[in-house]
Design a protein around this ligand. Structure first.
Ligand code: IMP
Length: 201
């Protein structure tokens, strides 16, 4: 079965393909390679709403099964910020802002907040929508703490500020394999794989 991934990012498709290996014959294709070049407005209030908006749009447009993800960081003491605004946290015009600017903004918002109150989690929502209307949703969460300064050169986004208790290191200090073993994205994919085992497609 071909599944269209609601992203233009070929890297994301490659990463998802690897994580879905071994469960039947699934071929993932970007929406661009499937002939769809659209900007989809992500105006949901939750990660899952955004994932569903993207997957439904692509499924409706192409008449094929579509998979979308949405992810980000939620910090408890900030009431869940940056949340669905993770990619554009430091932006004033709604466009994505740089990782550096987003990390600086997060640190400044947390200045004066003590260690134990700096709890946070990465969340990844996945939505798979079929042309017959079936929708499969999966969520992965990784709990951690926001550090007081950036540590590590690896990863992307908020990784250098996200302390992972399992490794006593930030995500920025972990290898790809280490990060994948606990990451929100991997946990969401594992849940999706489980759900796919019990349905016909
Ligand atoms: P996306 O929905 O996967 O594109 O992620 C949106 C934003 O959330 C990214 O631009 C990052 O700022 C942040 N984010 C999501 N996943 C991660 C991660 O694994 N590490 C660091 N930042 C992440």
């Amino acid at each position: 079965m071909t599944i269209i991934v609601a992203t233009k990012n070929a890297h994301k498709v490659e990463e998802l393909s690897k994580m879905l290996e071994g469960i039947g014959k699934i071929e993932l294709v970007t929406m661009k390679d499937a002939g769809l070049d659209a900007e989809i407005e992500e105006n949901g209030k939750t990660f899952m709403e955004n994932a569903l908006i993207k997957a439904r749009f692509v499924c409706n447009a192409l008449g094929k099964a579509a998979l979308a993800d949405d992810s980000g960081l939620c910090v408890d003491v900030l009431g869940g910020e940056p949340g669905v605004y993770s990619a554009r946290y430091a932006s004033e015009n709604g466009e994505n802002s740089s990782d550096e600017a987003n990390n600086e903004k997060l640190l400044s918002k947390l200045s004066g907040i003590s260690g134990g109150e700096r709890t946070a989690r990465f969340v990844c929502a996945l939505a798979l929508v079929f042309p017959d209307g079936r929708e499969i949703c999966a969520t992965g969460i990784c709990e951690g703490l926001i550090t007081r300064e950036q540590r590590g050169e690896g990863g992307f986004g908020y990784d250098p500020l996200f302390f992972c208790p399992e490794f006593s290191k930030t995500f920025g200090e972990l290898s790809n394999d280490e990060k994948n073993s606990v990451s929100h994205r991997n946990r969401a994919i594992m849940q999706l794989r489980e759900k796919l085992k019990s349905i016909d497609y």
